[in-house]
Structure formats: structure tokens, C-alpha cells
Ligand binder design. Structure first.
Ligand SMILES: Cc1ncc(COP(=O)(O)O)c(C=O)c1O
Length: 403
């Protein structure tokens, strides 16, 4: 694989900022998009723009065929057993909200919902809302001192037979990877419904939902080289089929009268209103792009880059790393001495380096780390050694300025 050619597919990376070449180390927030994704969306708007499913004309038929073909692509991409198990949403956040809302009728007062302590707010707040509606109780699964999910504590918590276990595949704030297959197996043996938030895993790991055996798996298109505004809710057919729709109207109905309304079958039942058609097409193209690359080589490259990044940060001194393990995925979280993460981020930006600073939508995790926030550098398929070197050089000069 020629990495220079691969990187050249991402036009946004070619720019300079204040005379410095851009080092984009914020892929965990959103990835850059390859030309072919942008072109596929343009082509749809230039030639095929029409609503899906509804009209007899050719434009609509082309749009519908393309839209539905992406569902088939996704079925293969994550190895779902049926195309109806793929629901298009607007992103991970909406997917989790749809599950938490849709399970309301299965949850009763006193039921326990276990959520991992490093979870993104999108995988905490919808469960809190479900708990408010039903009288259920949300309990965090603690972390060990080195920021891994505490499996011994989890095993104890399973004795209370939780109704739902929701955990991240990979933590967005730290890049730590949860042993999801084992956790899901244990949770299912205890009778829980399982949801895995794959927002930070989908672009880095091969995901096989049948092998994972989870009930729900959710992710966003924009973190896997696709557009914003499109996400996926995978659900096992029997689970999806009994999920109450959160949004109603449009394609999700079969018949409507003022006396009664009959809902459509899956997948339409959970896709109300005009869907994000161009975004679905863009996501399909992102899958084409990812699938055309040598997966093992890409994964090895990313692993090497991340371990190099972790090592260089350690070597710099005055750096605190949070939960930095060898098997982490895509991201490293750190603070420079007692300096405010925002100051560090702004000074890095002035040298062309884009990192994320703040609580990373994981305030409970920040509390347990005893910090208000931190900086996070994250890599993607296009990141290279020069990005890392420029980042480390910039951080050295920030250190000289501030310490
Ligand atoms: C682990 C995780 N879950 C959920 C989300 C929310 O994703 P979105 O904003 O695309 O809905 C993110 C976004 O950063 C994430 O990293």
C-alpha cells in the first residue's frame, strides 16, 4: 500500500495553517473525508436528487436503489444476518436514544442498567432518561486504577441481574478497548439486553456483530471517513422488531386513519420521515473506500503510530498520560504538567496541530481521573509519522513557553 497516495485522497489534509502544515490529530472527533465520498454525494445531488421509496419516476428509483444498496453493504460490512437489522439514523447519539426510548415498555421500576464509567455522554444520558421514565436505576461499572473496565466488579454487578448492559467498544476519551465479546457473553448469560457503542471502534477494527453476539451495535458515519448526519443502529431482528419507534410519521407507517395507525415492517418501521439520502450514499462510498484497503496492514500501521505517539509523549517529560495501554485504539489522552488543557490546545493550534481539549463528553470519567479535562490526540487511516513529529515538536515548544 502506498500511504502517500492514500493520504492524497483527503484534500483537507493538504492545507497549511498560519504557514504550518496541518497535522490533523482529531480523527476521534470526526474523520476527514476522502474525495470519493465527497464526489459520490455531489453526484447524487447533481444527477439523482429525489426522495426515496415514494415516487414512480426514474430519479426516485435511482435514489432508492442506491439508498437500499448501502443497507446491503452495511449488512456485509458488520456481518449482520439480515438487511432489515440495519437502521439508518443520524448518528450514534440518535441510535442510542432510539434504543433507550424503544425499550421503555420492557423496563420496570428497580431494573438495573449498567453503563461503563468511561462512556460518552451519549451512552449515559439516554439511559438516565429511560430510568426517569420507568423507575429503573443506572449504575456505572467501575474502572480499575489503570482505567480499564473492572471486570471483577462487573461480575459482582451481574449477580443483581441487570436488565441492560451498555458499554463502549473503545473509549473516546482514552482510546482504551473493552473486551466486548467477553462482557457481552457474561451480560447475556445474566439475562441482560446488550448495547455496544462502536463509534470509536468502527473505523479501526473489523466488527462482526454475529460474533460479538450483542443485541445492539451503534456507530456514526462521520467517524469512519463518511459524512456527518448519518449513523447506524444495528439490532438483532427480534430486538429491533419489538423496539417502540421514537419518531413516527412518513415511511414508518403502513396505514393511517383517525381511528388507528398500523406501523410498517422493519427496517422502515424505525426510519420515520425523509432520511438523510445523500449521507447514506456518502457512507456507502466510505465503506467502498475502507474495503478497498488492506485491513491488516492498516491496523498494524495505526497500532505502530499510536504506540510511537504514546512513547514520544512519555519521553517528553512533564506529561501525564491517562489509561495509555499497548492495546489502545486510535487515541491518547494527556495533560502537560498543571497547565490548562485549553491553553495547550490553542498553542498547538497556532503551530498547525489540531487536537481535542476538554472533557470529551465523558465528565464522569474526568471526575474519576481527578481532572476537569485533558488533551486528546487521535489518529486515522491517513495519519503519518510527520504528523506525530510535528505534534511532538510543537508540544515541546508549548512546554518551553508555559513551564
Ligand atoms: C464513543 C462515542 N459514543 C458516542 C458518540 C456520539 O457520536 P455522534 O456525535 O456522532 O452521535 C461519540 C462521539 O464522539 C463517541 O466517541
Amino acid at each position: 500500500m502506498d500511504h502517500t497516495q492514500l493520504r492524497a485522497q483527503f484534500p483537507a489534509l493538504e492545507q497549511t495553517l498560519d504557514g504550518y502544515p496541518l497535522s490533523y490529530l482529531d480523527t476521534a472527533a470526526t474523520s476527514q473525508k476522502p474525495k470519493q465520498v465527497i464526489e459520490a454525494m455531489n453526484k447524487y445531488y447533481l444527477q439523482d436528487n429525489a426522495n426515496v421509496h415514494r415516487a414512480a419516476h426514474q430519479l426516485s428509483s435511482r435514489a432508492t436503489t442506491h439508498y437500499e444498496a448501502v443497507r446491503d453493504q452495511l449488512k456485509c460490512f458488520i456481518n449482520a444476518s439480515r438487511r432489515e437489522e440495519i437502521i439508518f439514523t443520524h448518528g450514534t447519539t440518535e441510535s442510542i436514544n432510539m434504543v433507550a426510548h424503544g425499550l421503555s415498555h420492557k423496563i420496570k421500576t428497580g431494573d438495573i442498567i449498567l453503563v461503563d464509567s468511561a462512556a460518552h455522554h451519549a451512552n449515559i444520558v439516554p439511559w438516565q432518561e429511560l430510568a426517569k421514565r420507568t423507575g429503573a436505576i443506572v449504575k456505572p461499572v467501575p474502572l480499575t486504577n489503570d482505567c480499564r473496565l473492572d471486570e471483577l466488579a462487573f461480575d459482582q454487578q451481574l449477580k443483581e441481574r441487570p436488565a441492560i448492559v451498555a458499554l463502549s467498544h473503545v473509549s473516546n476519551a482514552l482510546g482504551t478497548r473493552n473486551p466486548v465479546e467477553r462482557i457481552v457473553a457474561k451480560a447475556k448469560a445474566a439475562g441482560a439486553i446488550t448495547l455496544v457503542d462502536g463509534a470509536q471502534a468502527i473505523a479501526h477494527l473489523e466488527v462482526d456483530v454475529q460474533q460479538l453476539d450483542c443485541d445492539f451495535y451503534v456507530f456514526s458515519g462521520h467517524k469512519m471517513y463518511g459524512p456527518t448526519g448519518i449513523g447506524v443502529l444495528y439490532g438483532r431482528f427480534d430486538q429491533l422488531d419489538t423496539l417502540s419507534p421514537m419518531v413516527t410519521g412518513g415511511e414508518m407507517i403502513k396505514t393511517v386513519s383517525f381511528e388507528s395507525t398500523e406501523f410498517n415492517i422493519l427496517p422502515n418501521r424505525l426510519e420515520a420521515g425523509t432520511p438523510p439520502i445523500a449521507e447514506v450514499i456518502g457512507l456507502g462510498e466510505a465503506i467502498n473506500f475502507i474495503s478497498s484497503l488492506p485491513t491488516t496492514e492498516i491496523q498494524q500501521r495505526e497500532e505502530e503510530l499510536l504506540s510511537n505517539l504514546q512513547q514520544q509523549l512519555k519521553d517528553l517529560g512533564d506529561i501525564t498520560l491517562y489509561g495509555a495501554h499497548e492495546d489502545n485504539i486510535g487515541a491518547v489522552a494527556f495533560n502537560l504538567a498543571d497547565e490548562h488543557h485549553q491553553d495547550v490546545g490553542i498553542l498547538l493550534d497556532q503551530q498547525g496541530v489540531a487536537v481535542r481539549c476538554g472533557h470529551h463528553c465523558a465528565m464522569p470519567l474526568m471526575q474519576s481521573l481527578g481532572v476537569k479535562g485533558c488533551c486528546r490526540a487521535s489518529i486515522g487511516i491517513y495519519s503519518n509519522q510527520e504528523d506525530i513529529e510535528r505534534f511532538i515538536e510543537a508540544l515541546k515548544s508549548v512546554k518551553e513557553m508555559l513551564l
